[in-house]
Design a protein around this ligand. Structure first.
Ligand code: ADP
Ligand code: MG
Length: 223
């Protein structure tokens, strides 16, 4: 799937104190790209990722997946599209605290009334080193383990594209390194498109295409 981001702007609080979070941003994401986006705090990274993944609407501009504008349909269509085609990994993991790791991972399927593909689930949990942790609640897991559960959840519906917003931002460097190694494996072995936001230049350099964003202006490094 090819994603075209065309002239996206996002202005928050249009009336009194407008904040221009993104200023006419364009980019094309090709199938199987591994892209990193770096930028200081407040530069518009999360805003961009949320709009490209359909979690938020742009003020103007469009996001086309294979030519179709994802922001044109109903909210219901967009959430179904997101559940089936897109995996999103948050800095704060965003696991449901009352559900076990297994239940968190399979949640997106439940919403679509689908059964887990047990063989695939097993492959995922072994790749992520979670086999012995599936019956645990999030608070019984380390930060790194919680993020690996969140990665499994992002992959369970076999999406084509993974977006990760500072996925190692809440982890110590060792668990962060493990999480990054797994994301790289997922890109390489499972042939997913991977777009990752980071503060960490070492992580940014792992990507094949690197972007920076400053004050809502995106640019590609050595395009
Ligand atoms: P980053 O992820 O790079 O730290 P964000 O995309 O979260 O940056 O934010 C970009 C800018 O937009 C910041 O100035 C931030 O304060 C502002 N912003 C983000 N979300 C909102 C919101 N819901 N309402 C008002 N301003 C916001
Ligand atoms: Mg952010």
């Amino acid at each position: 799937m090819e994603i075209q981001v065309k002239n996206i702007s996002k202005i928050y609080g249009a009336n009194e104190n407008p904040v221009v979070a993104l200023n006419c941003t364009s980019m094309t994401i090709h199938e199987k790209d591994f892209i990193s986006i770096m930028g200081p705090s407040g530069s518009g990274k999360s805003t961009l990722l949320h709009i490209v993944s359909g979690l938020d609407n742009p003020t103007s501009g469009s996001v086309l997946y294979d030519g179709a504008d994802i922001h044109k349909g109903s909210d219901k269509e967009l959430s179904a599209f997101r559940r089936q085609k897109i995996g999103f990994i948050f800095q704060q993991f965003n696991l449901l605290p009352v559900l076990t790791a297994y239940e968190n991972i399979t949640m997106p399927l439940l919403l679509d009334k689908k059964q887990a593909d047990e063989e695939y689930l097993q492959k995922l949990t072994s790749l992520l080193g979670l086999e012995k942790r599936l019956s645990h609640l999030p608070h019984e897991l380390s930060g790194g383990q919680q993020q690996r559960v969140a990665i499994a959840r992002a992959l369970i519906a076999k999406p084509d594209i993974i977006f990760a917003d500072e996925p190692t931002g809440n982890l110590d460097s060792k668990s962060g390194g493990e999480v990054m190694k797994m994301l790289c494996e997922i890109h390489g072995q499972m042939h997913k498109t991977l777009v990752i936001i980071t503060h960490d230049p070492r992580i940014a350099e792992m990507a094949q295409r690197r972007f920076t964003i400053i004050d809502g202006e995106l640019s590609e490094v050595n395009p």
